[in-house]
Design a protein around this ligand. Structure first.
Ligand code: RP5
Length: 167
């Protein structure tokens, strides 16, 4: 069970196969020293688990839910319908349609139930974690400083000129 401040982020995903993508959200949270709990919660295969998780997420102490799913990706939207917490959706790259199906499933929410939708795949997973960090940093000065340092390091790491033989 997540503590009130120890694990403010829940990372949920529709399948074990989503972990290859969602682990990038976890690693980004690790870098910023933000606690999280990662769980497999499928809207289609484990609907009762989804209902129990989403209804209880706030009481568990979570502040933000990051939800990744692929294909007919109902997980973020269903979670958002069942919890008052902010939900950030990560479209997982699917084999059949390269994640465009996931993106459309997650981004096209009807007015009234928002899901903050990120990019397909790794970029979306990383950015979901960074967005969660930015929200949590509003009430956490130490985290705000860590996030600022992370961004400064990223800027510093960009070379002015490319290297290698590629044209
Ligand atoms: C979705 O179906 C999952 O989010 C996953 O992206 C996709 C495929 O799942 P597996 O068949 O690999 O378990 O529910």
């Amino acid at each position: 069970m997540a503590g009130e401040t120890e694990k403010p982020v829940a990372i949920i995903m529709g399948s074990q196969s989503d972990w290859a993508t969602m682990r990038h959200a976890a690693e980004t949270l690790d870098t910023l020293v933000i606690g999280y709990d990662a769980r497999i919660v499928s809207a289609h295969r484990t609907p009762d688990r989804l209902y129990a998780f989403a209804k209880g997420a706030k009481a568990e102490g979570f502040k933000i839910v990051i939800a990744g799913a692929g294909g007919a990706a109902h997980l973020p939207g269903m979670a958002a319908a069942l919890t008052p917490l902010p939900v950030f959706g990560v479209p997982v790259e699917s084999k059949a349609l390269s994640g465009v199906d996931s993106l459309h499933s997650i981004v096209q929410m009807p007015a009234g139930i928002p899901v903050g939708t990120l990019a397909i795949g790794r970029a979306g997973a990383v950015n979901a974690a960074l967005l969660a960090a930015a929200v949590l940093a509003l009430n956490d000065t130490a985290l705000a400083e860590r996030l600022e340092r992370w961004r400064a390091a990223q800027t510093k790491a960009v070379a002015e000129h490319p290297t290698g033989d590629e044209a």
